[in-house]
Design a protein around this ligand. Structure first.
Ligand SMILES: [Fe+2]
Ligand SMILES: [Fe+2]
Length: 426
């Protein structure tokens, strides 16, 4: 178990940082410190991480807190993000991405020093043979085994523990990979996605992408495109579609669609052929592309890959596999929507090798604009999969490079990579 102490002057920062830590899992336990004197009463073996702002950090020094006894101190302020011994300076504009990245790195490297790892009871699976022994905490740092590998945990046992106010169990550090594999293999797909970042207001979403490194200009461009489209398309059908998109605000579909348009329009700035008309096509395709889902909760399952999709209830499988063509068919009747937009929607899952659906697309069917949309969509999906961890962006790009290495794909991907690197890694 890793202890992380939050010490901020500014309560807004506490509100921002706490959910970041929550998402990083049970291995890390966050404590809010209100009085600097509390630091000196923390036992040595619990001195892991501190996250503080500059003002609060000075208090630590004034109060002679032994800063070196903590493994890492994350300092948030208007600084360059950099590491210096156990001090990590974090630029507050990149708070979310940097903390996620540094703390997960710390967890991955630091886990080796932790003997036991905690799991909340509610996260465990019942009636399945356990991959490793489970332990409970008897008294301070004394553990005893209560279930052995191969045995099963029953709902009754869990209830019994809860009645004794035991809410978590522990496993040995070396069993951690086995346990994670077991949980990920057997958990309901929806549980896995519960841990993903969901931003519930449009304003927060705009802030979030700028924090990630996207140019504010592109956010403004999108706002303008949306306004122009609302003014320009007056026919009933399109108005209904725009209203339907608006109705998805706060959901995965909205955030994912917005992010796809941010990526495509940012990369699009590199091309001489990118004019107003093409920007509008990209934006329309982005906001409409996943409206073909009958059940909007199915939208975040679109990137599970065919094997996992095949394990879902038949009705959900049909909904996912048909959403691109179902919606492009509807749009074909609309005189106002450009055929490129319809193609982007129809083919947006068609360039994923064996995971393509409803069918794999031939290169000859694709023009650079459609390709830009499809690759941006893939990247947007990938960012979600890895919880927006900037450290994993290079491997995401490498994955795309392996898939899109043919002639005209390659040139576009080169530009794609350059833009993404300036956004995320600059
Ligand atoms: Fe889709
Ligand atoms: Fe999508």
């Amino acid at each position: 178990m890793i202890n992380c102490y939050l010490f901020f002057n500014d309560s807004v920062l506490v509100e921002k940082v706490t959910p970041i830590l929550d998402r990083l899992g049970d291995t890390i336990s966050g404590h809010t410190i209100l009085d600097v004197k509390q630091f000196n009463s923390i036992e040595d073996f619990r001195r892991d991480l501190i996250i503080a702002d500059y003002g609060s950090f000075q208090l630590l020094e004034t109060e002679n807190v032994d800063i070196d006894s903590y493994k890492k101190i994350f300092l948030i302020g208007e600084v360059e993000t950099e590491e210096d011994d156990n001090l990590v300076y974090i630029n507050q504009k990149h708070l979310l991405t940097s903390i996620t990245q540094y703390v997960s790195d710390f967890l991955e490297n630091g886990l080796a020093k932790v003997e036991y790892i905690k799991f909340k009871l509610e996260k465990l699976l019942v009636d399945l043979p356990l991959p490793c022994n489970l332990l409970i905490l008897k008294s301070r740092d004394k553990f005893s085994e209560f279930k052995l590998a191969g045995e099963k945990l029953s709902t009754e046992t869990i209830k019994k523990l809860e009645s004794k106010t035991i809410n978590s169990v522990f496993i040995k550090n070396e069993d951690f990979p086995k346990m994670m594999e077991f949980l990920n293999k057997n958990r309901e797909i929806s549980d896995i996605f519960d841990e993903k970042i969901l931003i519930d207001t449009v304003a927060a979403l705009h802030e979030f992408v700028i924090e990630m490194g996207f140019d504010e200009r592109i956010v403004k461009l999108i706002k303008n495109l949306h306004k122009n489209i609302e003014n320009q398309y007056t026919d009933k059908d399109i108005r209904r579609l725009l209203a339907r998109f608006k109705g998805t605000q706060g959901s995965f579909i909205y955030n994912h669609s917005f992010l796809t348009s941010m990526i495509a329009l940012s990369v699009g700035e590199n091309f001489s052929w990118m004019n107003y008309e093409n920007r509008e096509k990209i934006y329309l395709a982005s906001i409409l592309h996943d409206l073909g889902f009958r059940k909007k909760e199915n939208a975040f399952k679109e990137y599970l890959g065919k094997e996992k999709i095949g394990q879902l209830p038949q009705e959900d499988q049909d909904d996912i596999l048909a959403h691109p063509s179902r919606f492009s068919k509807i749009l074909e009747n609309s005189k106002n929507i450009h055929p490129d937009v319809i193609k982007m929607i129809e083919l947006h899952h068609g360039l994923d090798g064996e995971n393509s659906y409803p069918k794999m697309v031939n290169e000859s069917e694709i023009n650079p604009l459609i390709l830009l949309f499809v690759i941006s969509h893939e990247f947007s999906v990938g960012l979600y999969k890895q919880n927006f961890n900037a450290a994993k962006v290079p491997s995401l790009i490498n994955g795309l490079k392996l898939r899109f290495k043919e002639g005209k794909y390659k040139t576009l991907l080169g530009n794609f990579e350059t833009t993404i690197n300036t956004i995320f890694l600059a």
